[in-house]
Design a protein around this ligand. Structure first.
Ligand code: DCT
Ligand code: MG
Length: 510
């Protein structure tokens, strides 16, 4: 037990006593094969490290001299998690994603027990501050993401709705939108990527040091982060929010059917308010814009989860009247766990129907709703899907499935928790609904594509192209090296084909 006392009390001045343990030439038996340890010399010193290594080996632990991919547990003394990460970065060492960062106290407890002991919060090295919104601030487990290096691709990050960096991401989203309005795609994308990566962080950025090692943060982005940390706000964001062009575009594009081109035209013509546009006799509106103005108030007030569920019932009732075996799945933001949305998206697919029955479904559903007086607007887009065609290389390409963009009348009494008597005026609310019908064997691709978020989808396709030599879209996955289509029955299989860890829908809020 002399050796253990020594481990507990720290390094001695004297050189450690020669062990009567097996020599290097005859490695001791490894008892605990699931663990591969590496002890960091930094701040511990070579002597104490050598001593602990030998001791642990004698107890049956596998200890590596060098840090490699096979190491599962990194043990350090007098280092924080951030110190260790910094060291790993400086060494340019790529650690395994499962690497545990532990304090030497864990190793010492293992030595005392003669076996690996359970790792708890007190053993795990704290990497960075916890998110202040987190009601249960556990000592932060050294997150595999941080060790793994945060990926530049959203599809390799887990992004829940628990965003700890709103004050930065809100600012970036305003700037991205402004650059989109000014048709500066590159800068727009840079701010969207920056917002996306910050949304995935499990901690709040409070100093510039926290931004080290985070990808997608260029100089311009960093200078805004710095300004927000120091002054509480960004002058550029403030200027954009007060900019007449930004305000007008924001207002005009909030109308269903109005995009950048129309906004530009109205802005140039000197319009600044919707009421002036609405009442102007010289302007021509599309059918979509007319509906957009007609139901404007309802459509800008977002769809709640309860309303989305009520719409889901309507859709199922109608679809099942014609194809009783069809699967009706909510996609989009609601599938990702959002509490509100601008519309409700559904994917419909039927294992038992012919191509013709499939093609007839949406027209029949529309016809039914028309008769029921629920149809306020619809635009049916016929399928141009060709199963032999390679997936599209464009990250923002529209898909080829048959689909219908609708505005439906949702009666308040159909909404769970709705208050029909208190609703003055209209007994219903206009709701934007998207329906997509896909062939049954493509359902996994369609589901993955329509679940979003848009940034997550873009990065999935970018990842497939640049990292895997594959092409992915809402219809298929094609392997360019093998020159074959890779089939999938589920989203999990698509992630597996791409060599990605599975990311659940609620972790795709990139
Ligand atoms: N999508 C797609 N092709 C389109 C439109 C959308 O593949 N032509 C994908 C990307 C996201 C998803 O479908 C849903 O789109 P939206 O409804 O626009 O986004 P959302 O994430 O559901 O957000 P919101 O809550 O605003 O509806
Ligand atoms: Mg949606």
């Amino acid at each position: 037990m002399d050796s253990l006392r020594m481990a507990l009390s720290g390094p001695r001045k004297k050189r450690p006593r020669q062990m009567d343990a097996p020599m290097a030439s005859a490695p001791p038996d490894i008892k605990f094969r699931d663990l591969v340890l590496f002890i960091l010399e930094k701040k511990m010193g070579a002597t104490r490290r050598a001593f602990l290594m030998e001791l642990a080996r004698r107890k049956g632990f596998r200890i590596e001299d060098k840090l490699s991919d096979s190491v599962t547990h990194l043990v350090a003394e007098n280092n924080s998690g951030s110190d260790v990460l910094e060291w790993l970065q400086v060494q340019n060492i790529k650690a395994s994603s499962q690497l545990e960062l532990l304090d030497v106290s864990w190793l010492i407890e293992c030595m005392r027990a003669g076996r690996p002991v359970e790792m708890t919060g007190k053993h795990r090295l704290v990497v960075r501050r916890d998110c202040p919104d987190n009601p249960n601030p556990e000592p932060q487990k050294s997150p595999p993401l941080a060790v793994q290096k945060i990926s530049q691709y959203a599809c390799q990050r887990r992004t829940t709705l628990n965003n700890c960096n709103h004050r930065f991401t809100d600012a970036f989203e305003v700037l991205a939108e402004n650059y989109e309005f000014r048709e500066n795609e590159g800068t727009c994308l840079a701010f969207m990527r920056a917002a996306s990566v910050l949304k995935s962080l499990p901690f709040t950025i409070v100093s510039m040091k926290d931004t080290e090692g985070i990808p997608c943060l260029g100089d311009k982005v960093k200078s805004i982060i710095e300004e927000i940390i120091e002054d509480g706000e960004s002058a550029e964001v403030k200027a954009v929010l007060n900019d007449e062009r930004y305000q007008s575009f924001k207002l005009f594009t909030s109308v269903f059917g109005v995009g950048l081109k129309t906004s530009e035209k109205w802005f140039r013509m000197g319009f600044r308010t919707l009421s002036k546009i609405r009442s102007d006799k010289t302007l021509k509106f599309t059918r979509m814009q007319k509906a957009g103005f007609l139901y404007y108030e309802d459509l800008v007030s977002c769809v709640t989860k309860a309303e989305a569920e009520a719409v889901g019932m309507l859709v199922k009732e109608a679809v099942w009247a014609f194809l009783p075996d069809a699967f009706v799945t909510v996609t989009g933001g609601f599938r990702r766990g959002k509490k509100i949305g601008h519309d409700v998206d559904f994917l419909i697919t039927s294992p038992g129907s012919t191509e013709e029955e499939e093609q007839q479904l949406l027209p029949k559903v529309i016809n039914l709703w028309e008769k029921m007086g629920l149809l306020l607007y619809y635009d049916l887009v016929e399928s141009t899907f060709d199963k032999f065609k390679l997936p599209s290389r464009k990250v923002d390409a529209l898909d080829h499935f048959q689909k219908c963009f609708l505005i439906l009348k949702l009666h308040h009494q159909r909404v769970d928790g709705g208050k029909p008597s208190q609703q003055e005026g209209m007994p219903w609310k206009a709701i934007r609904v998207d329906l997509v019908v896909c062939p049954y064997e493509r359902r996994a691709f369609a589901l993955l594509g329509w679940t979003g978020s848009r940034q997550f989808e873009r990065d999935l396709r970018r990842y497939a192209t640049h990292e895997r030599k594959m092409i992915l879209d809402n219809h298929a996955l094609y392997d360019k090296t093998k020159r074959t289509f890779l089939e999938a029955e589920s989203e999990e299989e698509i992630f597996a084909h791409l060599g990605l860890d599975y990311i659940a829908p609620w972790e795709r809020n990139a």
